[in-house]
Design a protein around this ligand. Structure first.
Ligand code: SF4
Length: 107
């Protein structure tokens, strides 16, 4: 979820190994890399917007490196992906490259 909106739905394994939504990926990058694998991480840029007055269109657009004009105007809806559902124009249009998998916690 981001600012109260459902952004991605997937099984726990798919969420960790094949995250589609960018904010999901950025959240996974905040998990400490205890094995010191050296995998690339992308910090979330910008500030969290006011949830009482969220940005137009996709609420994540002020912080998203894949933002386009459509994102500022049209709120994306959940659509089927290869591993679940994601609400993102770039995912639907295939503009976001595949993410590096994160090892899921637990058994
Ligand atoms: S809809 Fe646009 S701004 Fe929102 S996460 Fe996808 S690419 Fe980024």
């Amino acid at each position: 979820m981001y600012l109260g909106r459902l952004c991605e739905v997937a099984t726990a394994r798919d969420l960790f190994t094949k995250p589609q939504y960018l904010y999901t990926r950025l959240l996974l990058d905040t998990i400490p890399d205890l094995e010191m694998s050296g995998r690339d991480r992308t910090p979330v840029r910008g500030e969290v917007p006011n949830p009482i007055n969220p940005p137009s269109g996709c609420a994540f657009h002020p912080r998203c490196p894949f933002v386009e004009d459509r994102c500022r105007q049209e709120a994306p809806v959940l659509k089927q992906t290869e591993s679940g559902l994601a609400a993102c124009h770039a995912v639907k249009e295939g503009r976001i490259p595949a993410a590096a998998a994160v090892t899921p916690p637990g058994p």
